[in-house]
Design a protein around this ligand. Structure first.
Ligand code: CP
Length: 311
C-alpha cells in the first residue's frame, strides 16, 4: 500500500488505512532510533527543505533529525532569514524552491492554507508542519502513535482534550484523526475558547473538565494559544488554572491507567502542574520521541525509500 497523495496537508485527506500505514511504518522507524548507530542510507541523495515561518522547538528539530537519520540532506529556512522579508511572495518563494529540485518541503506558516498553496505550486511533496489555527497533521499522527503504544489501540477509547480548542490546530487534527481511528473525543475549556459548532468537528463538548475527564483513557492538555488571541480570553491565568488545569483530583475520574498528553510547549502551573507533567501518567516525552519516528515514516513513504531496514 502507498499513500495516495504526494502531500501530507491535513488528516481529512488521509483514510484510516493510510493513517494505519503511517503508524505501522513509524513503529519500524522508531527501532532505528534505538540502535547505537541511528542512521540508514534509505534517503541518500534526497533533499528536504525545512521552511519554518513560525517558531518551533519540537517539530523543526524532529523533522531535521528524521531527515538525517534517513541520510537525506536537510536545509533549514526561516521567514526572517528568507527573501520574504524583502517582499518576495509565498508563490514566488514556492517556485524558487521548486527550481532547486527538492524532494520534500516541510512547511510551518502562521496562515491557514499556506502549505496547501505551496503544494499546488510545486511537484515535490509538501508536509504541513502546522498552518495557523487549521491543522498540525504530524503532531496528531505522533499523538495517535503514542496512544496506540500506551493503550494498545484507539478503537473504543475515550480521549479528553482540554483547553484552548478554538485556536488549536493540534485539537482539530487530533479530533479528525482519532475519531477516524475509532476513538471518541470529548473537549472542554472556557466557553470563549470552544469554537462555535465544535460538535461539527466530530467531538462532544463537555460542560466541565470533570465531565470530560470522567471515564477517559487519555487526557490531552493544551496551552492557551496567546499568539492567536487578539485579547486574552480569560479573566486571569490563576483563575484559568483553577478551573481548567488538570489536577490529581480531576485525574481520579479517568479510567485506571489513563495517560496525560501535551503537545508542548507546556505552561507549567497553568494548564498542567509539574507533579502531573513529570508524574507517572505523563507520556509527554514519549510523544516527542514518537515525533522523530512519525516524521521518518513520512519521509520514507513520500520520498520513495524502499530499504528502511538496511544499514
Ligand atoms: N508541538 C509543537 O508543534 O511544538 P513546537 O512548536 O515546539 O514545534
Amino acid at each position: 500500500m502507498i499513500l495516495k497523495s504526494k502531500d501530507i496537508l491535513d488528516l481529512e485527506s488521509l483514510s484510516a488505512d493510510e493513517i494505519g500505514l503511517i503508524l505501522d511504518t513509524a513503529e519500524r522507524m522508531g527501532e532505528i532510533s534505538r540502535r547505537p548507530v541511528k542512521k540508514v542510507p534509505t534517503l541518500r541523495g534526497k533533499t528536504i527543505i525545512l521552511f519554518f515561518h513560525e517558531p518551533s522547538t519540537r517539530t523543526k528539530t524532529s523533522f531535521d533529525i528524521a531527515a538525517k537519520r534517513m541520510s537525506a540532506d536537510s536545509i533549514g529556512m526561516s521567514a526572517s532569514s528568507s527573501s520574504m522579508v524583502k517582499g518576495e511572495t509565498l508563490a514566488d518563494t514556492a517556485l524558487t524552491l521548486e527550481a532547486m529540485n527538492p524532494d520534500v518541503i516541510v512547511m510551518r506558516h502562521s496562515s491557514a492554507g499556506a502549505p496547501h498553496m505551496m503544494a499546488r505550486l510545486v511537484t515535490s511533496s509538501v508536509i504541513n508542519a502546522g498552518d495557523g489555527m487549521h491543522a498540525h497533521p504530524t503532531q496528531a499522527l505522533l499523538d495517535m502513535l503514542t496512544l496506540r503504544q500506551k493503550l494498545g489501540s484507539l478503537e473504543g477509547k475515550r480521549v479528553a482534550i482540554i483547553g484552548d480548542i478554538a485556536h488549536s490546530r493540534v485539537a482539530r487534527s487530533n479530533i479528525n484523526g482519532m475519531t477516524k481511528m475509532g476513538a471518541s473525543v470529548v473537549v472542554a475549556g472556557p466557553p470563549s475558547m470552544i469554537p462555535y459548532g465544535a460538535e461539527s468537528l466530530g467531538c462532544k463538548v463537555a460542560a466541565s473538565v470533570d465531565e470530560a475527564v470522567e471515564g477517559a483513557d487519555a487526557v490531552m492538555m493544551l496551552r492557551i494559544q496567546k499568539e492567536r488571541q487578539e485579547n486574552f480570553l480569560f479573566s486571569s491565568v490563576r483563575e484559568y488554572a483553577a478551573n481548567y488545569g488538570i489536577t490529581r483530583e480531576r485525574l481520579m475520574r479517568a479510567n485506571d491507567g489513563a495517560i496525560v498528553m501535551h503537545p508542548g510547549p507546556m505552561n507549567r502551573g497553568v494548564e498542567i502542574p509539574s507533579d502531573i507533567a513529570d508524574g507517572p501518567w505523563s507520556v509527554v516525552l514519549d510523544q516527542v520521541t514518537n515525533g522523530v519516528a512519525v516524521r521518518m515514516a513520512l519521509f520514507y513513504l513520500l520520498a520513495g525509500g524502499r530499504d528502511a531496514d538496511s544499514d
